[in-house]
Write a protein that binds this ligand. Structure first.
Ligand code: CO
Length: 186
């Protein structure tokens, strides 16, 4: 059902210090901070080539991340956000599976003005889950031939040619599409 990982949100006590670390130490591009009063957070976004990291800090006294920072004073991973093509269908499916939506199930507009919902961590391996409706979300099909893909990818992308069920463009060298800054030296 879920598609791509849209972002990982990290709650931080000091947003400016967090931005400086991601810019200067990790060498990433970070957007300017923005207030989201509806969500009780101030946010800056780290753009990576395959996903985003949202740095969030409390905005106002009733911020939902105030309590989180009390138990994690240095900050910590606050939630994961997955893309879904139809958030109402996803809500029905998760509720039918026993997951508890936070709030009354009416999607709010998130950072990018797209509908979002949050689900209680107690039902999801202790992780707060956010779903974001992205109409073009590419939903992963059932996992097929995962081990040949994994081992073949490690040795050489070209060795995927002819591997049954692997739908990748073998002519694409993904390493060339990754900015040098994001390479891990391999
Ligand atoms: Co989020």
């Amino acid at each position: 059902m879920i598609g791509n990982l849209n972002h990982v949100a990290i709650a931080v006590p000091d947003l400016n210090a967090a931005i400086l670390q991601y810019q200067n130490v990790f060498g990433a591009f970070v957007t300017s901070p923005q207030d989201l009063p509806e969500h009780g957070v101030r946010i800056a976004v780290v753009n990576l080539s395959n996903t985003k990291i949202e740095l969030i800090t409390p905005l106002g006294e009733d911020s939902p991340i105030q309590k989180f920072l009390k138990t994690h004073p240095q900050g910590g991973i606050h939630h994961l956000c997955y893309e879904v093509p139809d958030i109402k269908a996803a809500l029905q499916q998760l509720q039918a599976a026993g997951l508890q939506v936070i709030g009354d199930g009416t999607p709010k507009l998130g950072y990018q003005e797209k509908p979002v919902l949050f689900f209680n961590p107690k039902d999801a391996l202790g992780v707060l889950i956010e779903l974001e409706e992205v109409r073009t979300a590419e939903v992963q099909g059932p996992l097929k031939h995962i081990s040949p893909l994994h081992t073949a990818y490690k040795s050489s992308i070209h060795s995927l040619e002819g591997v049954e069920g692997v739908e990748v463009d073998v002519e694409t060298d993904f390493r060339q599409l990754t900015p040098p800054d994001n390479m891990e030296g391999n």
